[in-house]
Design a binder for this molecule. Structure first.
Ligand code: SF4
Length: 453
């Protein structure tokens, strides 16, 4: 008698996964999908098909918890119509709220914290048997490094690889150290092995990920530092490019800048969050560097890699920010010439040091400053994209555009480019001639086509 394939006997269950927040959460969601695939869950983008709905939450922005509670309320009707449907919450809000989430949301089935991803299959299996549970144990010691789940699913042209987790910096406005824990770094050998396997499966570009990648290895004398890790990654066959995020200007050093001068596979893109251009505000934020240090790093970076695209983060309206401080931020933007900037209005996060500071600016004043800053940056980004028209750049082809009639990919400088081409090019590097610069992307033609025309 022919033996049935075990996989065919297990009914497929569907997972709808909603990711909020940063790239770290996007990466965690990939791991969640990989972990749950092992117990029979396939991803779906149709909530109505789902057997399990998970929200992977972020608590960096204002009123994050309230937003999650409001979001969960939307699922009452769906749970009533489909009694077997499971609903869960993970990520930073889950870490912060823990059991409280189960108490306040009776139709919620499971909660898992930022250090409990590796336990998710067991948590879901228990929930399938009718148990409601919250696992939010904080593993704030080095054993956490052995618990990093790895997304070992094949596929994809570009992938994230977590190299470290947590943060020791305690910027006065930030909740991350409280919900992600202290910094721990993975062993370099494991990172390299993971990337080698990805390369064998066709991955061409990786982004090394961590809350503060520059301090990778700082607590492990037997492991390389971050510059050493970059040199190891640059030698992995099959990986055409790599980039990293997020960097802390305080820990950004000459050894790293030297990597931009010497490693051609290291992308010409640097995300270096300044947060403010004023020394007084930087001190209040507990950022640990000055405007002068930041600008000197930028100057040296541009010398090492003249075509580098620098992106950053900026917070407007931190307590005590004067008109002069804000003017300093605008002048820093001018000196750096950011390719793009993520900018936010300051809002206090309960539990952080800055939450105790009195705010002198009204919401309207903060909004006015933010709008002015964003307007300046929008124009700057567009100007830079328009200036690229007529140039030819190498693009890694990532897929078919949302409209379905073009391919899309990114340049080494992380700019999105759309162009007509054969889907067989996906996963390859092609030369593209830029024909139009928009706010968020470029339009181009394959250089071989433009030469033939
Ligand atoms: S470096 Fe500062 S802003 Fe970044 S995660 Fe750590 S505490 Fe938060």
């Amino acid at each position: 008698m022919k033996r049935a394939n075990l996989r065919e006997m297990i009914p497929v269950k569907y997972l709808y996964l909603q990711t909020m927040g940063c790239q770290m959460n996007v990466s965690d969601s990939e791991k969640i999908a990989a972990l749950l695939q092992r117990i029979g869950y396939e991803l779906t983008d149709d909530q109505r098909r789902a057997d399990l709905i998970l929200l992977n939450t972020c608590s960096v922005r204002a009123r994050a918890e309230e937003k999650v509670y409001a979001h969960l309320a939307n699922y009452v009707g769906m749970k009533r119509k489909k009694p077997g449907l499971l609903l869960g919450v993970g990520g930073c809000v889950a870490q912060q709220e823990g059991e409280r989430l189960l108490d306040r949301v009776p139709h919620l089935d499971l909660v898992f914290g930022t250090h409990n991803l590796h336990r998710l299959p067991q948590i879901v299996l228990a929930a399938e048997e009718g148990r409601r549970l919250a696992e939010v144990d904080f593993i704030d010691n080095d054993t956490r490094v052995n618990l990093f789940p790895v997304d070992d699913r094949p596929g994809g042209v570009t992938r994230f690889v977590t190299v470290m987790q947590g943060c020791d910096n305690y910027c006065s406005y930030c909740i991350v150290p409280y919900v992600r824990g202290r910094e721990v770094s993975r062993r370099a050998g494991e990172i390299v092995a993971e990337i080698r396997q990805m390369a064998e499966h066709g991955v061409r570009e990786i982004t090394l990920l961590g809350q503060n990648v520059n301090s990778y290895g700082a607590k492990s004398p037997d492991e390389p530092d971050f510059a050493g890790l970059l040199r190891m990654v640059s030698q992995i066959p099959g990986i055409e490019r790599f980039r990293f995020t997020t960097s802390h200007p305080k820990d950004f050093n000459r050894a790293l800048i030297q990597c931009f001068a010497e490693l051609p596979k290291l992308c010409s893109h640097m995300h270096l969050p300044a947060q403010s251009g004023s020394d007084a505000v930087l001190a209040g934020m507990n950022r640990g560097y000055t405007r002068e240090h930041y600008l000197s790093m930028v100057t040296e970076l541009k010398q090492a890699r003249p075509d580098i695209a620098i992106t950053g983060d900026m917070i407007v309206g931190f307590p005590g920010e004067t008109a002069e401080d804000f003017a300093q931020t605008l002048s820093l933007m001018d000196e750096v010439g950011y390719a793009d900037l993520f900018s936010f209005m300051y809002s206090p996060r309960p539990g952080t040091l800055a939450a105790g500071l009195s705010e002198e600016l009204s919401y309207e004043e903060k909004r006015e400053r933010l709008e002015l800053l964003q307007d300046i940056q929008r124009k700057g980004t567009r100007r830079q994209n328009e200036a690229l028209v007529g140039t030819i750049d190498e693009v890694l082809v990532e897929g078919v555009s949302k409209r379905g009639d073009q391919l899309y990919g990114r340049t080494s400088g992380n700019r999105v480019v759309n162009f007509a081409g054969d889907p067989a090019l996906i996963g390859t590097m092609v030369d593209v001639c830029m024909t139009k610069g928009y706010q968020n992307s470029l339009l181009g033609t394959l250089a071989v086509d433009s030469e033939a025309a």
